[in-house]
Design a protein around this ligand. Structure first.
Ligand code: UDP
Length: 476
């Protein structure tokens, strides 16, 4: 029997952090069936039902283990979501090390591949005599930002958002400081200090796999490779787009309701509205969005979540049990019953994006949603909420030009008139023709990158070869 090369992958807590690294593992195993993957999963509270259901259908050479969950009482309640994730990982390190040691005692381990928030586990690589890799489930531009932040820290004084200079990341279109990710928006914060420290340590690992592809982010990928050649950064491997294949519904009732409704709509007529697995709007913003959708007179399919003043309130499954539909303006459902469908909390995004009635996606610009939209050739209205989403929005609207971004007023609200205007522009305006053409081209490139001879498939083969050679060199 052929001996398999073994790797361990470590996601950070939360369904939307688990999916990318498992989808990477699935794709990797599909291309290189002579590997075996063990996925070791840290969790905060009990594992999400969505994660458990999703793990039911793994191929036989991917094995998953949930670590003992970290109690929610062990993590402060009112902290930034990234910090919550980070603390869950830190508290899980002893059990992570135990699992890794138990793995290496049974079979040689070629590499540990960690999610960015699970980064600390890579410190064990030397002790376990294995390679340290990161799977970066976001854009190359965001990766570039994380690697360059110590340099930006030296170059720019004061808050980035107040800088009159645009921020120049190598190989990227210059970006306004206010569009940089959340953790750097307060440079006096501990989160910022920790990020700087993590960025410095990141340079010491063996490689970074990034969920992007050369044809989409040529500039930043080229610049990252050049820096790696100069020995400044770890080697960077663009292996995307990797997204969930097929249906990702949380309940088949909502899937069939959405698809049945879409079946009855004209082709290319529906705006799909969703803020990812945890994005939330304030009550005021829900009202404006509801009126904006109504005023646009376009068909819509809206995934509504209960309001909160924190944009990431429902992240990590910490949503309320309240019925989200009760927060819609009075009479809205009745007035729009011929125009739209409102689904509480969760909808089957991929079947919706792949449906011929779907014309556009109003999205919070989580990277998975961005890639899924591009893979289906669906243009976007970008509505970033938190994390690196403003940067993704910038890339979509200013660099790739496959979306439109509504303006926010001085109170950080997108007003109904603006919403209706942008929807109309994207659904039927002159400008939308060019946007649609560009997103279709990008879709073709996304498909090509993962074909047998595609750029990302070749990169994946390079990685497999590296891991195999390493495994052979130490365990022969
Ligand atoms: N998703 C879904 N239905 C929903 C909301 C989200 O299927 O109602 C999926 C979506 O297809 C994507 C993931 O959840 O794969 C969300 O990831 P993303 O990076 O876009 O955003 P995040 O949830 O991390 O903010």
């Amino acid at each position: 029997m052929e001996k398999k090369t073994h790797i361990a992958v470590v996601p950070s807590p939360g369904f939307s952090h688990l999916v990318p690294i498992i989808e990477f593992s699935k794709r990797f195993i599909h291309l290189h069936p002579d590997f075996h993957v063990t996925c070791i999963i840290p969790t905060l509270g009990s594992p999400p039902t969505s994660s458990k259901a999703y793990l039911q259908s793994l191929p036989s050479n991917i094995h998953s283990i949930f670590l003992p969950p970290i109690s929610e009482d062990a993590i402060p309640k009112d902290i930034y979501v990234g910090k919550k994730i980070q603390l869950t990982i830190t508290n899980s390190l002893p059990s992570l090390l135990d699992e890794l040691k138990s793995l290496t005692s049974k079979a040689p381990l070629a590499a540990i591949v960690a999610d960015p928030f699970a980064f600390e586990v890579l410190d064990f690589a030397k002790e376990l005599n294995t390679l340290s890799f990161m799977y970066f489930p976001a854009s190359a531009m965001t990766l570039s930002f994380f690697l360059y932040i110590p340099k930006l820290d030296q170059q720019i004084s004061g808050e980035f958002r107040d800088s009159t200079q645009l921020i120049q990341l190598p190989g990227c279109v210059p970006i306004h400081g206010s569009d940089l990710p959340d953790p750097v928006q307060d440079r006096s914060s501990q989160v910022y200090e920790e990020l700087l420290e993590r960025s410095r340590r990141l340079c010491l690992i063996d490689g970074i796999l990034v969920n992007s592809f050369v044809e989409m982010e040529e500039g930043p990928i080229r610049a990252l490779k050049e820096e790696a050649e100069r020995g400044k950064f770890p080697l960077v491997y663009p292996v995307g787009p990797i997204t969930q294949i097929g249906s990702n519904q949380n309940g088949s009732d909502s899937e069939s309701e959405c698809i049945r409704w879409l079946e009855n709509q004209p082709p290319n007529s529906v705006l799909y509205v969703s803020f990812g697995s945890g994005g939330t709007l304030s009550q005021h913003q829900i009202n404006e969005l509801a009126f904006g959708l109504e005023m646009s007179e376009q068909k819509f399919l809206w995934v509504v979540r209960a309001p909160s003043n924190s944009t990431s309130a429902a992240y990590l499954g910490s949503s309320t049990n309240e019925d989200p539909l009760q927060f819609l303006p009075e009479g809205f459902l009745e007035r729009t019953k011929e125009q739209g469908l409102v689904i509480p909390s969760w909808a089957p995004q991929i079947p919706i994006l792949s449906h011929s009635s779907t014309a556009a996606f109003l999205s919070h610009c989580g990277w998975n949603s961005v890639l899924e939209s591009i893979q289906h050739g669906v243009p976007l209205i970008t509505w970033p909420l938190f994390a690196e989403q403003r940067m993704n929005s910038f890339m979509l609207t200013n660099v790739l030009k496959v979306g439109l971004r509504p303006k926010v007023n001085n109170d950080s609200i997108v007003e109904r008139d603006e919403i209706a205007k942008v929807i109309k522009n994207l659904m039927e305006g002159e400008e939308s023709k060019e946007i649609r053409r560009r997103v279709k081209d990008l879709r073709e490139n996304a498909i090509s990158a993962v074909k047998e001879d595609g750029s990302s498939t070749k990169t994946m083969a390079e990685v497999a070869q590296k891991w195999k050679s390493f495994s052979c060199s130490i365990y022969k």
